[in-house]
Design a protein around this ligand. Structure first.
Ligand code: NAP
Length: 305
């Protein structure tokens, strides 16, 4: 079987083109969607994510604000910042970059964000909307994946969909979104018995685990569509050769940069078996930020439009 490699960058461009159209509509009402990103501490990965998010906002012509707070910020101090953003009319979407430092009560912070500005869909009201299939704000990565499945013409009605990983931000919302499109859902986790056998039932397999190349040939049914959410760092040449082969350009990447990215799915095993697969990098990754922009525009339209 010929395996299609799905280019997430192209799908992300489609999403951004839709956002641009939506921005034009909103500008007729003198509205410019605004995103505020709140970053506590100086974790380099979080700083990079937030920088990419604000850059994409600017690229599309949206308003963006980054609030950087010291690592020792208290819950009360952060609540005051959220309160100000909740009241700011030019801010439609509030993103609190996780993880927060240990001294901060994460639940209190996520509950404090106004549900109609809760761009990550963490607030209980948005979770309820997600579970019952109502319009609202839902987490960006699974929303981006749903967009990708639709734009790739993948049939969901009646399909067996297996999601590996049950986090609140990816696995669980993914399962509900697929369910609302009439797929039959199996949600797996670290205690699932005989994971390969369960995965082999899948017409659509979503891996959101955080374990490099966990999903191997043994987990795949012929013709499966694979969505690989995992983003794991491979740092040693030995591991790189095992996963990518000794002639792969990834080996020179490890030598040059000190790492290369690998998903939760083995990078070579799906080829010839799967109908389609998202690569890592440039598969699911670009969809998340693109959908964050879409959610920000949606939040603006629902609240102010
Ligand atoms: P998470 O909160 O750590 O959840 C991981 C899930 O995987 C848990 O439900 C865990 O089960 C399950 N799991 C762990 N080991 C397993 C195993 N051996 N077999 C079966 N299930 C196992 O992770 P997350 O935030 O959902 O992220 C998952 C991956 O996606 C990470 O690599 C992350 O970097 C990536 N990610 C990528 C994007 C993107 O934009 N591309 C966005 C978000 C996340 P238990 O619940 O039983 O512990």
């Amino acid at each position: 079987m010929e395996t299609r490699i799905i280019d997430g960058r192209k799908v992300a461009e489609q999403i951004k083109a839709e956002v641009t159209e939506e921005l034009q509509e909103l500008s007729k009402k003198n509205l410019v969607p605004g995103l505020a990103a709140v970053l506590v501490g100086d974790d380099p990965a979080s700083q990079l994510y937030v920088r990419n998010k604000t850059r994409t906002c600017k690229e599309l012509g949206m308003h963006s604000e980054t609030i950087e707070l010291p690592g020792e910020t208290t819950t009360e101090e952060l609540l005051q910042v959220i309160d100000r953003l909740n009241q700011a009319d030019d801010i439609d979407a509030i993103l609190v970059q996780l993880p927060l430092p240990d001294q901060i009560e994460e639940d209190r912070i996520l509950l404090a964000v106004r549900p109609d500005k809760d761009v990550d869909g963490f607030h209980p009201l948005n979770v309820r909307n997600l579970v019952s299939g109502k319009v609202g704000l839902a987490p960006c990565t699974p929303m981006g994946i749903m967009y990708l499945l639709k734009s790739e013409g993948i049939a969901l009605k009646g399909a067996e969909a297996v999601v590996v990983g049950r986090s609140d931000i990816v696995g669980k919302p993914m399962a509900f979104l697929l369910l609302h499109q009439h797929a039959t859902i199996t949600l797996c986790h670290s205690r699932t018995r005989d994971l390969p056998a369960v995965c082999r039932r899948a017409d659509i397999l979503v891996a959101a685990v955080g374990q490099p190349a966990l999903i191997t040939r043994d987990y795949l049914k012929e013709g499966v569509v694979i969505i690989d959410v995992g983003q794991n760092l491979v740092r040693t040449e030995e591991e790189g050769i095992r996963l990518f082969g000794k002639d792969s350009e990834r080996i020179s990447k490890i030598k040059k940069k000190g790492y290369t990215l690998v998903g939760d799915v083995h990078p070579r095993d799906p080829i010839g078996v799967a109908q389609a697969v998202t690569p890592v990098p440039f598969g699911v990754g670009p969809l998340t930020i693109a959908h964050l922009m879409k959610n920000t525009a949606t939040a603006c339209r629902l609240r102010r439009g």
